[in-house]
Design a protein around this ligand. Sequence first.
Ligand SMILES: NC(=O)c1ccc[n+]([C@@H]2O[C@H](COP(=O)([O-])OP(=O)(O)OC[C@H]3O[C@@H](n4cnc5c(N)ncnc54)[C@H](O)[C@@H]3O)[C@@H](O)[C@H]2O)c1
Length: 326
Amino acid sequence: MSKITVLGTGGWGIALAISAHNAGHDVFMWSAFQSEIDLLTQKRQNEKLLPGVIIPDEIVFSGDISVAENSDITIIAVPSVAVGTVAQQLKGVKSHGIVVNVAKGFDPKTNCRLSQTISDVLPSDCIVVLSGPSHAEEVARFIPTTLVAASNSLVGAEIVQNALSTEFLRIYTSDDVIGVELGGALKNVVAICAGICDGLGLGDNTKAALITRGLSEMMRLGVCMGANERTFYGLAGVGDLIVTCMSRHSRNNRFGKLVGSGVPVKEALDAVGTVEGYYAADIINKLSKKYGLSLAIMEGCYMILYQNLDVSGVVKDLMLRPRHKE
Ligand SMILES: NC(=O)c1ccc[n+]([C@@H]2O[C@H](COP(=O)([O-])OP(=O)(O)OC[C@H]3O[C@@H](n4cnc5c(N)ncnc54)[C@H](O)[C@@H]3O)[C@@H](O)[C@H]2O)c1
């Protein structure tokens, strides 16, 4: 039995905490917001995000981050924008164990991958990235799910794999931190586009094209950034891309659907909450320029979200762009 602390009490943090408890560990959860701690302590469920999912009594909630002291594993489960701040707070906590990042995005201050941000703050820590096709709504209800634990330290990845694996959660390891992390961050933009397709009332043909060509763009950018192309054919790449583009649980997809059906971007953001792909679209636009890449789908998404371009016009432009070999 290990001590596992989850920083962040949102949907994914709760799902992972329940899973870790089910694996037999002592589990602690921290939130920066006392209101979240009070509500969870009182109700033992998050009625909005995970209705009907009861959080076991043994899971301890705290508003004091020193609760992570003497953990074997500390999981950072907050949106990308907050990962750097939370890592800074964790720096003051002694013996917090292996640090696992589960956020799927980029650091908006530096445009870096999140494990880079964490290792800048906590340079001597073992850092593991946990990603793959996984909706909190299903993991929290023990629906069989697979993930990938990636780290520069195989030992670290295996510790996380062994600690969190159960009959409901199967975890693979990888040494391709860049590929696993980028798979999770880049697919969110393609998921927004899939939602836009739904919002526009387009068909399965369009969505299959989007997923396939979107994967190709993810791979091209990923390889330029140092990822192994093979990783994108695995769970953290195509696996996560499929689940996010096809599922009603995806916030990126829901956000895209609203935008595709004519809701203004700002209003759609307010309605859905954390939409990692919205922020990733801006950073990917900068990265594609930096690497001299032409990523037509990602660019189309950026122009819809940030330059207010007409959605149907972008689809038409994508179809009529100069033809080339697959
Ligand atoms: N929800 C899922 O199914 C799922 C699955 C895999 C990965 N993820 C990723 O995990 C991350 C978290 O997702 P979520 O669905 O749990 O998000 P959420 O919005 O439900 O919850 C986020 C948590 O982070 C906390 N938080 C927000 N801003 C903060 C700040 N500035 N400082 C400290 N804490 C802050 C919130 O209080 C909340 O407890 C995202 O990057 C997401 O892409 C989510």
